[in-house]
Design a protein around this ligand. Structure first.
Ligand code: ADP
Ligand code: ZN
Length: 722
């Protein structure tokens, strides 16, 4: 008898699919989700291919597929995407598949119980019971919980009436995750510039097919309103839309804005969803019941029934790069998904990544430009404060001129924001007696003083401890000094300077929950705080109508770390933060505290000359063949033993295939040489832009000796910092 065999991919760190026998009577096609035995365990898996000629001698050793699961199969388009991502990033196919199978384990289709009037009047009548009967007198079916709420009674009252036979229960279908958005719900009145861009996007969606558009508009130009027109058109076409956001914090006001435009909130996808919500969302996306989803990068791997448009908001944001598990850049992979499934992709930013800017300049992407703020507001005027000449006194971080400007702003009952991209109270604690610095025992890093939590914390591995009573080296007591500022220290200083101000500190480590953060952001937007002190959490997309002053406390912070992307990151972040000011009234002003006002990044910001920044940066990248003019990959070798890591790195470099187009540099100590107790060495691989770097790496790594013991090798194609 002939035996059917299929190859099944399982979500573990493996590249190859395993062969399994299909039991008689089981119908299986590629994409079906199944349960299979895997070693001693059972695993979920996906049929990747038929195996028409399995090796007959292996037959008896193959195991049977256990069951076909009652979930939508993964479409060919998603399977190709998974193969592509794995092939490009060198992450195993199983690990990439795992991202597509994050369907949670709750029961997705929660049924609801409905009630209606059926039997005789109850023997005992109470006012509460009477209210229920009155409500249901129309003979309609209502859900049990809705009935209790509307009648203003407890659930027990309704249950009692069911027990007595006065009401009967009916099974209702689960409530849909999302109602259908109405593309005509509230159409905005566009400015002329917006109108042209919106028309162009509508046509793009209407025509369909793969295209990439860079929606390049200054902060406050109304990019969101404009790309909503593309979403509206895609809704009219009854196709699904994915809107990617770099961070869930950003979605706070966004969900409401979406509801203002379309009458319903979009579905959400991010790591903080609970298992049940995840299960429902996954299933609803696959069943084509979710017209629009707003999600973090992992939403790219959902099993869409009919994805027709992806929008990547704040496309320049570094948070789009995932650096654990599979290393991938969600913006780039969104473009790939569009090219595989042939739909349009829209990238939106006020400060495009150098990659996208170059693609637009070379005509590979189409650019739609919104050069002006909506409603005629001006972009904030930016003033440098030269810390070499007019800095604050020692141990203080707000210069007299900035303090005065904040004071004036507060007196005018306007909001101010002080930006410092550093969590905690101080980045370094040292002993004044002997100079000892408090270091992480596991990492090559200082412990950061977090006063709100009364802990010293390592920002790399999470190690933390209470502040020690005495210096571990000289045993001096009360000898510790905080060096440098974090937002908590800035808060202390600001509270001193502006005692009347209602101050909010926003920093990711102080965020208790997404809901809490959202309500705090609302409070800022509603003017319930006068002064906000924040890290990069406040740099992004938020719209704070009353905010008119932004002070950058240390503009140089990101520049000095030797990373070739430092200038780009700093420019983008500072431009975005300053762009929070004056969005409604256009009287915004930014202050830039810096030690190097002559630096090209500072000059571009001060003069409001974005083009100058890109010109300069693009020329530099071209001259050095850095991305996007050349390709890069990073290999990080780590081990508990320094010598083991280094010698493995050397052996690996010795095995690199000879190719005159490729340069292999290193191994050298990684920028953080010790992390989580592991010594780290890095090899950098440089190749020309059109070179198949992934293929080269695959050939090379297939020769690599097996990593034993604590040795680990991580591959990062297109690293974001190098
Ligand atoms: P961006 O994303 O480009 O920074 P937003 O889309 O957040 O800009 O728009 C800035 C502000 O202007 C928001 O409050 C938005 O509601 C408002 N806005 C933009 N375009 C319009 C429009 N056509 N009609 C009314 N309000 C608009
Ligand atoms: Zn550490």
């Amino acid at each position: 008898m002939s035996m059917r065999v299929v190859d099944i991919l399982v979500p573990v760190a493996l590249d190859q699919a395993y062969s399994y026998r299909v039991p008689a009577g089981m119908e299986l096609s590629p994409g079906d989700v199944v349960a299979v035995p895997l070693g001693a365990r059972e695993s979920i898996g996906v049929v990747w291919a038929e195996n028409p000629n399995p090796n007959p001698r292996l037959h008896n050793r193959l195991k049977d597929v256990e069951a076909k699961l009652d979930v939508e199969p993964l479409k060919a388009e998603l399977r190709s995407f998974i193969d592509w991502v794995s092939n490009y990033t060198l992450s195993s196919r199983g690990m990439v598949l795992r991202m597509a199978l994050r369907m949670g384990d709750g029961n997705p289709g929660r049924e609801r119980v409905g009630v209606r009037l059926s039997g005789p009047k109850p023997k005992r009548m109470t006012p509460a019971r009477a209210r229920v009967l009155e409500l249901l007198a129309d003979g309609l079916i209502r859900s049990k919980s809705e009935t209790a709420v509307e009648a203003g009674v407890s659930a027990g009252v309704v249950d009692g009436l069911i027990d007595e036979g006065t009401l009967e229960t009916v099974v209702l279908p689960p409530e849909p995750l999302m109602r259908v958005p109405d593309p005509e719900f509230r159409k905005p009145e566009f400015s002329l510039g917006q109108l042209a861009a919106a028309d162009a996007l509508r046509t793009t969606v209407d025509q369909g097919g793969y295209t990439v558009t860079l929606l390049d508009g200054v902060t406050g130009s109304g990019k969101t309103e404009v790309y909503f027109e593309a979403v509206a058109e895609n809704i009219r076409l009854k196709r699904q839309t994915l809107i990617l956001m770099p961070e869930i914090a950003l979605t706070a006001g966004f969900l409401d804005r979406f509801a203002d435009r379309f009458g319903v909130r979009p579905a959400e996808w991010h790591s903080q969803l609970n298992a049940r919500k995840r299960a429902r969302t996954w299933a609803a996306v696959a069943a084509n019941e979710v017209p629009v989803i707003v999600g973090a990068r992992s939403a790219l791997f959902l099993p869409y029934a009919d994805l027709g448009l992806v929008i990547v908001d704040e496309e320049h944001d570094p948070a789009y790069k995932q650096e654990d598990g599979a290393h991938y850049h969600a913006r780039d992979m969104a473009v790939v998904r569009g090219s595989i499934a042939k739909f349009p992709v829209i990238l939106a930013s006020a400060t495009p990544s150098v990659e996208s800017e170059v693609n637009a300049r070379k005509g590979r992407y189409r650019r739609l430009h919104l050069p002006e703020r909506f409603g005629g507001a001006h972009l904030p005027h930016i003033e440098p404060i030269d810390l070499r000449r007019e800095g604050p006194p020692r141990g203080r971080f707000i210069s007299p001129r900035l303090a005065e400007a904040v004071q004036n702003t507060l007196e005018r009952k306007e909001q101010a924001l002080l930006f410092l991209n550093r969590r905690g109270f101080a980045p370094l604690t040292l002993c004044r007696t002997c100079g000892f610095r408090l270091q992480c025992p596991n990492c090559d890093a200082w412990l950061v003083d977090h006063r709100f939590k009364r802990r010293l914390v390592c920002h790399h591995c999470g190690f933390n401890m209470p502040p020690p009573a005495e210096c571990p080296q000289c045993h001096a007591t009360e000898s510790f000094a905080a060096v440098g500022p974090g937002v908590e220290r800035l808060h202390q200083e600001a509270a001193d300077l502006f005692p009347q101000a209602r101050i909010l500190v926003l920093s990711s480590d102080l965020v208790e929950s997404v809901e809490r953060l959202r309500s705090e952001l609302d409070d800022v937007a509603e003017g319930r705080f006068d002064l906000v002190i924040g890290t990069q959490l406040v740099a992004k997309g938020h719209h704070f109508p009353k905010l008119n002053l932004v002070g950058i406390v240390d503009a140089d912070l990101g520049l000095g770390n030797g990373d070739p992307r430092a200038a780009e990151r700093t420019f983008q972040m500072l431009h975005q933060v300053v762009g929070r000011a004056g969005r409604e009234e256009g009287r915004g002003v930014g202050f830039l505290q810096t030690h190097q006002p002559e630096h090209p990044v500072m000059q571009a910001l001060i003069r409001g000359d974005r083009e100058a920044f890109y010109e300069n940066e693009i020329a530099l990248r071209e001259a050095t063949s850095y991305p996007p003019f050349g390709r890069l990959a990073g290999l990080v070798v780590s081990a508990a033993d320094k010598h083991a890591a280094e010698s493995y790195g050397r052996a690996l470099v010795g095995l690199a295939p000879k190719d005159e187009q490729v340069r292999v540099l290193g191994p050298a100590e990684a920028p953080i040489a010790v992390m989580r107790g592991r010594h780290r060495f890095r090899i950098l691989v440089k190749a020309p832009r059109a070179y198949d770097l992934s293929g080269y790496l695959r050939d090379w790594l297939s020769q690599a000796p097996k990593t034993k013991g604590s040795l680990q090798l991580e591959v990062d194609v297109d690293p974001q910092s190098f």
